[in-house]
Design a protein around this ligand. Structure first.
Ligand SMILES: Cc1cc2nc3c(=O)[nH]c(=O)nc-3n(C[C@H](O)[C@H](O)[C@H](O)COP(=O)(O)O)c2cc1C
Length: 147
């Protein structure tokens, strides 16, 4: 079963979502998790946080640190994003930016902690990934093109 690694701030909305997926969910707010390297394919769940810096950087620092390891990046299958449409052009900026930089797909986007239907849809996407990996080893040990 493919695990998710997620970042959630003290407000905990992404944690609520991640813990309802019914599969291993590792919090990147914990230093030991952040410093570990997944031993197989995994999926990132990240919020966006526009911090107001000049780069309009929205990727949470714990997510950035976790992704600094090349093996961790190589094993990432895709990204799910939590955001808030009130942020307009910055909606899901972190999720989309990580997907673009890694060559991996945005698997799913939802607002805040997601609805029950969002959770069900994400569960289905992850179950389909489990089946694909089981059948073909999809997502394992493949470098994105052009990096
Ligand atoms: C200071 C702040 C900045 C945010 N910036 C963005 C943003 O740029 N884009 C976006 O889609 N959502 C943005 N959000 C919404 C969060 O990504 C969303 O609320 C998310 O569910 C927070 O997850 P967490 O409570 O688990 O940390 C922002 C929220 C806060 C409080």
């Amino acid at each position: 079963m493919i695990p998710v690694y997620y970042y959630s701030s003290a407000s905990g909305t992404v944690r609520l979502f991640a813990e309802r997926l019914g599969r291993p969910a590792h919090p990147l707010s914990e230093r030991a998790v952040r410093r570990s390297v997944p031993d197989g394919p995994w999926v990132l769940v990240t919020p966006s946080y526009k911090t107001g810096n000049p780069q309009n950087d929205t990727i949470p620092e714990p997510v950035r640190r976790f992704l600094s390891d090349p093996q961790t990046r190589r094993l990432m299958v895709g990204v799910m994003g939590s955001g808030n449409r009130n942020f307009g052009e910055h909606y899901q900026a972190a999720c989309r930016q990580i997907a673009a930089a890694s060559g991996r797909p945005v698997l799913f986007e939802f607002e805040l902690q997601g609805t029950q239907w969002d959770v069900a849809e994400a569960q289905q996407i992850l179950a389909d990934l489990d089946a694909a990996i089981e059948a073909h080893g999809v997502g394992q040990a493949r470098e994105p093109q052009g990096t």
